[in-house]
Design a protein around this ligand. Sequence first.
Ligand SMILES: Cc1cc2nc3c(=O)[nH]c(=O)nc-3n(C[C@H](O)[C@H](O)[C@H](O)COP(=O)(O)OP(=O)(O)OC[C@H]3O[C@@H](n4cnc5c(N)ncnc54)[C@H](O)[C@@H]3O)c2cc1C
Length: 444
Amino acid sequence: MAKRTEKRKYHGAPTALVIGGGIAGMQASLDIADKGFRVILVESEPTIGGHMAQLDKTFPTLDCSSCILTPKMVEVGNHPNIELLTYSEVIDIQEKAGGFRTTIRKKPRYIDVKKCNACNLCAEACVQRERIPNEFDMGIGKRSAAYIPFPQAVPQKYVIDPNHCLMLTRGKCGKEPKCQKACGANAIDFTQQEETITVRVGAIVVATGYDQFDSELKPEFGYGRYENVLSGIEFERLCSASGPTQGKIQINGKEPKRVVFVQCVGSRDKTVGNEYCSRVCCMYTAKQAHLVRERIPDAKITVCYMDIRAFGKGYEEFYERVQRENIHFRRGNPSEIYERGLSLVVRGEDTLLGEPYEEEADLVVLATGLVPRKGAGNIGKLLGLSQTPDGFFQEARTEETIATSRAGIFLAGCCQGPKDIPDTVAQASGAASLACVQLAKGRS
Ligand SMILES: Cc1cc2nc3c(=O)[nH]c(=O)nc-3n(C[C@H](O)[C@H](O)[C@H](O)COP(=O)(O)OP(=O)(O)OC[C@H]3O[C@@H](n4cnc5c(N)ncnc54)[C@H](O)[C@@H]3O)c2cc1C
């Protein structure tokens, strides 16, 4: 199939572009679309959802994350005013006559989405079945080369991984690709090519989110060396009922009885160049410690912290509740984690008692901070946005966190700086309102 280039014009309704389909981008898209404007939502992954889809529960209410998120994802997928372009990226933006001419590259899924009915037969038949680390489960679970990132993904369409599918990497998979044979809907199409779409939009909301700090940059904590030292999001997947252990907190099939949480990994740490506070780690650690208490009632749980920042509505109350659950908060972050026999040893100095400590652990969870999304610099260049010294996008002024220095371009969520879900949603609704003002002025 030849490479397709398409130019689209939406007559009648001015259109906004939203870049990033996490909770921020979804909220902004729904708010703009509900006002009667059109939205093109571009998401680089095969599904929308972002990091919130990976969480088990949300602090401080302990609501089930996917129970809140899934209906919103479905609403985005079905909204008549939203065109969802997943597995896509913006490759060019030009300011033109009061609006922007945007070019979007749509990667081939190698699946005809009109035919795919998400029956899973391709994944079951794939010769790489359950062999490839599943990114959504942070590599703890495995997937096939033909896959759907998670069961509630939107769109409910499979994708073939071009880096692992034998047909795409070697040009051959046995006599005939087993997935193609198994697919009753005849949806697999190895001839698909990337497409380029050009559209004019009147406003842009940037909602590209964050990445988790790479804990290997703190080698003293043994992340990547010890299998029982996990990052914050890895632990979320371990707790999740839809995760690789169906929510059982287990390492190699065994329940850890001594669990230590380490705060501020990659935040407020000049040694790795991150001076800022990631704003969510104190609370997500309190939440995760509570989940351990709930699921392993006799576990010894310790949280090693610098100081606790519980600033949001209901946060201090939640932190106090967790403290009453027989969870030991020890002031003083560890200096090192090492192995002794079958246990890990977390070593540090208790700054309240003024003495060194050693905590033995079967599992250590690092409260990994939030860092700017890889590739944020490229999006910044395309849009003409600058970044603050920490790498997050620069807002217009410190008191104006949604507007940027460029008229018609707005920020939503963690791309502007670390924040929790309530603040993300509030900022996204603000960005949507400002985008609607631009669209109502007749920009298109
Ligand atoms: C371990 C952990 C636990 C947490 N627990 C909680 C909690 O209990 N309660 C709470 O309030 N907060 C919690 N948070 C914070 C929460 O994850 C964030 O507030 C929220 O996910 C921010 O949403 P976002 O849409 O801004 O970013 P993201 O969720 O990162 O979404 C960004 C989206 O943009 C897409 N994207 C990125 N770049 C591009 C591009 N160039 N083109 C197109 N698409 C792109 C990404 O693929 C992604 O889908 C937790 C964070 C962590 C690390």
